[in-house]
Write a new protein. Structure first.
Length: 373
């Protein structure tokens, strides 16, 4: 079965004309009788071989990390007596890059590319952090929030550079989100270094993460607005950025409001429901479900607490699952109609920056697809 990105790549390479690709898209749309915008396509797997290769790559990376850890301990290059060593994440990052040269650059396999990208950037970030700790010394860093924040920011900077290099070489859509996470780590590290050890550091960090999440959301919308038809890789990049921004927005909001302290009252439960409805309207407007998924745990907890306080102790979990499950399925079934109700009243300028309500026809002036991954 051919994916949306396969058609984009075929058009970009000249194997298929734009008119032929448009005709195929229109045929599939008419046959399904559903607007393609409802599907929120993004490339994850193209076949079971993606899963097979991902499992094999994960096993290999685990083995490489184990060997690197053993070598680090044998050479006394480790943290503490039997702590982690920088060689393990460094070996993982190097192996992930080497595998990406084949499975990403040549085979263009989606799921293995995502796994290898995360292993590469995560390995670089961890290795950089461990190396800095080994050089400076654990005792110097203990209970030193300023130095710890600076080291965290430095490791984030190295990871951000690694993500940029990976993007320039492979153009995997999730790489931009990984780089965004690294930049967020830099900002949080610098904040911790600037604030130091204060009584309300937790709330300060949560508020700062909320601001970073809003910034990440706006950055994702910039990618989305550059491809309102969602026919290029820019849409995939925006998807992963929204997936990163959603928890950065949702968790601080509910945490700062005190709605995750383990005992929600009826009033707090109602606040959660109202916030979830607001998130749902936003998700409909931007045609992204990540916000709804990120806040799902909070609304489930709030509703089951409300049902328990109303006396439905034995069935509180079942009733919560029934209400939320039914609501989400109903919203999914009528997503396009609900989205039209939300988007249509908006000003023309704002509506033009949102994903199209209806599938447009691809023309020669359409945005050029980004290189495949």
């Amino acid at each position: 079965m051919y994916s949306q990105n396969d058609l984009d790549e075929a058009v970009a390479s000249g194997a298929l004309s734009a008119d032929a690709a448009t005709g195929l898209r229109n045929f599939v749309e008419q046959r399904s009788a559903l607007p393609s915008v409802d599907e929120e396509h993004f490339r994850l797997i193209s076949g079971f071989n993606d899963i097979f290769v991902s499992i094999a790559a994960a096993i290999l990376l685990f083995a490489v990390a184990w060997i690197g850890q053993s070598i680090g301990q044998a050479t006394n290059l480790q943290l503490g007596d039997n702590g982690p060593t920088p060689l393990a994440p460094a070996a993982v990052a190097a192996t992930a890059w080497g595998l990406a040269l084949f499975f990403t650059a040549k085979r263009r396999m989606a799921l293995p590319s995502i796994l290898l990208l995360l292993a590469f950037v995560g390995g670089v970030f961890t290795a950089a952090g461990f190396v800095l700790v080994v050089i400076i010394g654990e005792q110097t860093i203990n209970n030193n929030h300023v130095l710890g924040g600076i080291l965290g920011a430095a490791a984030g900077a190295v990871a951000a550079l690694a993500a940029y290099i990976h993007w320039k070489r492979f153009h995997v859509p999730i790489t931009v989100a990984a780089g965004g996470a690294a930049v967020a780590a830099i900002a949080i590290g610098l904040l911790v270094a600037a604030v130091g050890d204060v009584a309300n550091m937790r709330n300060i960090i949560l508020g700062f993460v909320l601001l970073l999440g809003i910034g990440m959301f706006l950055f994702a919308m910039r990618w989305d607005s550059s491809d309102p038809a969602r026919v290029t890789r820019r849409s995939d990049v925006a998807f992963w950025l929204h997936l990163l921004a959603a928890p950065m927005i949702v968790h601080p909001v509910f945490s700062l409001l005190g709605l995750n302290d383990g005992n929600a009252s009826i009033g707090e439960g109602l606040v959660v429901v109202v916030l979830y409805i607001a998130l749902g309207i936003t998700a409909l407007a931007i045609d992204r479900r990540a916000l709804l998924v990120s806040a799902l745990a909070y609304v489930l907890f709030a509703l089951q607490s409300m049902f328990r306080q109303f006396g439905a102790v034995e069935l509180n979990i079942a009733l919560t699952a029934l209400v939320i499950g039914s609501a989400l399925l109903l919203l999914s079934a009528f997503w396009h109609q609900a989205r039209r109700m939300v988007v249509s009243p908006l000003p023309d300028g704002l509506r033009a920056k949102l994903p199209n309500l209806d599938r447009p026809i691809l023309s020669e002036n359409s945005a050029t697809p980004l290189p495949a991954a």
